[in-house]
Design a protein around this ligand. Structure first.
Ligand code: MN
Length: 247
């Protein structure tokens, strides 16, 4: 099995190394990741400047760094390595739950794989990010990889790990309202600066990714690329007909 590994925290993140260490027990691993952090860049692709694909030193892994986004890395990774079976993205240093899926670079790596017709799986961790945190998580990552690489059928998965997992829960995405507050501050030269936040306004509902993590479970959410609101589409067609002539 050819396993391409990407992330959005950069090729030297301890999270991508931790994922590659576990994944190598399941197949042939190659790392292709951004040269610098690209968190919260979503599914951006670079088309206004050229990209470079350079060898990177990540332990004894076959690793490359790209001066682009996670989606760029998957595109270049699959260009240089034929017949990739699965793309794993992460392990992100921080959760990607609920509304975060809209701006997550980690999930975008998995989505880009899905767009190319390859299975994509995003991994994120809500915990400390020291070596011992990843060591503690290793058996849980193994258990999840065993299931998602060898047992189940799906196209795109978003997986989040709590600090000390009690088990695995299949979940849906929590899309309750967020405040999207902008925090204003100033830099050392007294110039205004701003931080964007994504704090949830409402508690998580049962059956969702956020709820599973709050309860101490690994959350696995199967996703799809089709954003169409099928119920709205149906009611709009019923109300107004389709292919109406406006002349
Ligand atoms: Mn990140």
């Amino acid at each position: 099995m050819r396993i391409l590994i990407v992330n959005d925290d950069g090729v030297y993140s301890p999270g991508i190394r931790a994922l590659a260490e576990r994944a190598r027990h399941f197949g042939e691993v190659r790392i292709v990741a951004p040269d610098v952090e690209q968190s919260s860049m979503g599914h951006a692709i670079t088309h206004s400047r050229p990209l470079r694909y350079k060898k990177a030193e990540v332990g004894d892994f076959d690793a490359y760094k790209v001066n682009g986004t996670p989606a760029d890395c998957v595109a270049l990774g699959c260009h240089h390595w034929e017949q990739v079976d699965v793309v794993l993205s992460g392990i992100n240093l921080g959760p990607n739950l609920g509304n975060s899926m809209w701006h997550s670079g980690t999930l975008a790596g998995a989505k880009q794989a899905s767009l190319l017709g390859i299975r994509g799986i995003a991994f994120s961790l809500l915990s400390g990010y020291e070596a011992e945190d990843f060591e503690r998580l290793a058996p849980h990552v193994d258990e999840v990889l065993e299931k998602v690489l060898r047992q189940y059928d799906y196209k795109l998965l978003n997986i989040n790990f709590p600090p000390e997992p009690k088990g695995i829960m299949w979940t849906r995405q929590s899309v309750r309202q967020y405040d999207g507050a902008v925090i204003a501050s100033e830099d050392p030269y007294k110039r205004p600066i701003y931080w964007c936040t994504v704090r949830a306004l409402e508690p998580a509902e049962e059956g969702t990714d956020r709820h599973a993590i709050e309860e101490g479970y690994i959350s696995i959410t199967p996703l799809r690329l089709d954003l169409t609101h099928h119920a709205d589409l149906e009611s709009l067609v019923v109300k107004s007909g389709n292919a109406t002539d406006s002349s």
